[in-house]
Design a protein around this ligand. Structure first.
Ligand SMILES: [Zn+2]
Length: 455
């Protein structure tokens, strides 16, 4: 790739909007300079330019059961009954299937504004394949789709607090301490040529990993990002209290230092003391509002976290919804429904909701995934989105109103182009591989629907 220069009518920088500037991107896809110098060779971008959004939490395989769990099956349909259906789907997949569906999904996520994804990967053994092969299937999918990937292999040992033995359905997820360390080592080899891939790790949850073992793991494998499901379900909090006398975030904070490596996924049922702990730490809270709503998880007090200076990023999680804007929309709407107010998460400093939430989630998401993205500044990767200036909904609007429209409508069809590491992957709202991949994904989805992924 050669160096490229882009003329941006408006560009969202860390300090606000810059009008009519040229973004100069080096041949390696890193932003070199952003300035207002005239440049007749610069390619004019057809709309407002904003940073690509990091997606801090994805389970790619769950895209396959989107819409297959909508039949009311019992009086107690819940996260736990949904999980049984999801486990059945895993039993029908091979590593090749995983690569097919993940490639399709990552293209959809790029269209939705996510330029890098954190894949929280626990189906380590599929059909005859071992943990290295399933991880490589995901890395290969990201490479084909062209997005960044922070692969977070999951350490999963138990089915509940007190080292409860795993169930038969959880067998494909289970790795001993030695096997997990080896997997991280084997995956930590040479990176892809564009430097888009990172390896982190994900102790699944405090119910699936003993907290003392977890503390040993994070000190034995330093520096890489660490993600964990922390407090998604009330039953999980109750079980943690019963087994240890502590709530999950309280327990975790007693055993490890919650520094900038940490991303706490679904801190949903944090109480006030736990919110204070999170706000004082450098850890990021990873919320997945559409999945949390779909699963009936509960409401995280995002207003309190932000008022006290906490860090927050978003994820697509079950991948029922693949639009970054839709996650931010629901995050803000939930705060409005809870507080009977509008524009809640803008906070005391005021300003526009779109700019506030997009900037916050992009910068915190970049930290959580340890990727040089999240802000359009020299030294970071040229991962960016161009809004569709021709879309009637954006007609006549200034940049703040355009970004407000994106976030408050939640519509990814307001996105025209998406660029990753300086390469244009999406034009006219469509990923360039989408047509070529559609048949393979459709066949897989039809097979799954026929073979009992749903009751
Ligand atoms: Zn998850």
């Amino acid at each position: 790739m050669t160096a490229q220069h882009y003329r941006c009518p408006w560009l969202l920088g860390p300090d606000g909007w810059q009008q009519d500037v040229v973004m100069r991107v080096a041949a390696n896809g890193i932003i070199e300079r952003i300035d207002a110098q005239p440049d007749e060779h610069a390619r004019p971008l057809p709309g407002v330019v904003i940073p690509g959004m990091p997606n801090v939490h994805s389970h790619a395989h769950q895209r396959l059961i989107a819409g297959l769990t909508g039949r009311h099956g019992s009086d107690e349909d819940s996260f736990w009954s949904w999980r049984d259906q999801m486990y059945r789907a895993i039993g029908l997949l091979s590593a090749e299937d995983l690569e097919t569906l993940a490639t399709w999904l990552y293209c959809e996520l790029i269209e939705g504004g996510y330029t890098v994804t954190g894949e929280f990967h626990y189906p380590h053994r599929l059909a005859e394949c071992d943990p290295v092969e399933t991880s490589q299937a995901l890395l290969s999918a990201a490479e084909q789709a062209g997005c960044g990937l922070t692969l977070l292999p999951v350490w999963y040992r138990y089915s509940g607090f007190g080292r409860k033995a795993p169930t038969a359905e959880q067998a494909p997820f289970i790795l001993g301490r030695h096997a997990f360390g080896e997997l991280i080592e084997q995956l930590g080899g040479p990176m892809d040529p564009d430097g888009l891939h990172r390896i982190g790790m994900a102790p699944h949850s405090l119910r699936a990993v003993d907290v003392a073992d977890l503390a040993e793991l994070v000190s034995a494998i330093p520096e890489v990002p660490v993600h964990i499901h922390i407090s998604e379900q009330p039953a999980e909090v109750e079980a943690c209290l019963a087994a240890t006398g502590k709530r999950p975030i309280e327990l975790l904070a007693e055993h490890v230092e919650l520094d900038a490596r940490w991303c706490l996924i679904h801190a949903t049922h944090a109480n006030d003391d736990e919110i204070a702990t999170l706000s004082k730490s450098d850890a990021v809270v990873g919320l997945c509002p559409t999945t949390e709503a779909d699963l009936g998880d509960g409401v995280f007090p995002a207003d309190r976290l932000l008022e006290t200076g906490g860090r927050l990023a978003i994820g697509s999680d079950s991948n029922l919804v693949t639009s970054a804007a839709a996650e931010l929309q629901l995050l803000e709407w939930t705060a409005r429904l809870t507080r009977n107010q509008r524009n809640v998460l803008v906070g005391q400093q005021g300003g526009h909701i779109g700019k506030r939430l997009w900037t916050l989630a992009a910068t915190c998401g970049a930290q959580a995934l340890a990727q040089p993205v999240g802000a359009l500044v020299p030294g970071r990767r040229a991962d960016f989105i161009v809004l569709d200036q021709q879309h009637p909904l954006l007609s006549g609007l200034g940049p703040d109103q355009q970004l407000d429209t994106l976030v408050t409508t939640g519509r990814s069809d307001l996105i025209n182009e998406v660029h990753v590491v300086g390469k244009c992957l999406v034009q006219g709202g469509k990923h360039r591989l989408k047509d070529a991949l559609a048949d393979d994904f459709a066949r897989l989805r039809a097979r799954l629907a026929q073979h009992g992924a749903s009751p």
